[in-house]
Design a protein around this ligand. Structure first.
Ligand code: FES
Length: 189
């Protein structure tokens, strides 16, 4: 089996091997043909791949493929990195022997999965944001809208005692039957 010089060079000196602690995205794929595995870790800054690492349990070709994918991905925008394909990796490596082409399937797929995983995590973080703004809203009296900074349990403008609504978590008059925010009445005791 004849490997190109580039494949041999990446196999012998693979770049970006290892694990990224606190990675923003992780992607793992297995090769159904041989059962080998590849995991990619990425750090994303300003929509670009700021750092990348991989772990590959596979053949020499798979290690060369991972190394090449990591080099191609570094510094690219997420959109550009999604364009990296198994074919373009094999081409960058100066080709792979026919019976080793399946090894190149792992590289771009694992990278794409890491990017998808990053995007999923971003979406999940965005979902948390309304909760944070609700927290901020808790600092205002729902009756006069005066600030409750440092005195969540009492509004000095209306001179009323407040408590947290058990339904929506917003402040309401202590003992009030109806919450001004959600209209419900459950009270935390
Ligand atoms: Fe399994 Fe190459 S033989 S990845």
């Amino acid at each position: 089996m004849i490997y190109s010089e580039k494949v041999m060079e990446h196999f012998q000196n693979p770049r970006n091997v290892g694990v990224l602690k606190n990675a923003d995205g992780v992607g793992q794929v297995g090769n159904p043909v041989c059962g080998d595995m590849m995991t990619f870790y990425i750090k994303v800054e300003d929509n670009r791949i700021a750092d990348v690492r991989f772990q590959t349990f596979g053949c020499g070709a798979a290690i060369a493929v991972s190394s090449m994918v990591s080099e191609m991905a570094l510094g690219k925008t997420l959109e550009e990195a999604m364009e990296i394909s198994n074919k373009s990796v094999a081409e960058e490596l100066g080709g792979l022997p026919k019976n080793k082409l399946h090894c190149s399937n792992l590289g771009a797929d694992a990278l794409h999965k890491a990017i998808e995983n990053y995007k999923k995590r971003q979406k999940a973080t965005k979902k948390d944001q309304p909760a944070k703004s609700a927290d901020k809203a808790k600092c205002y009296c729902p009756y006069c809208e005066g600030s409750l900074e440092g005195m969540e349990g009492f509004c000095k403008e209306c001179q009323i005692e407040l408590e947290e609504c058990g339904e929506c978590g917003m402040p309401k008059r202590k003992g009030a039957k109806e919450c001004p925010h959600c209209g419900k009445t459950k009270v935390i005791v």
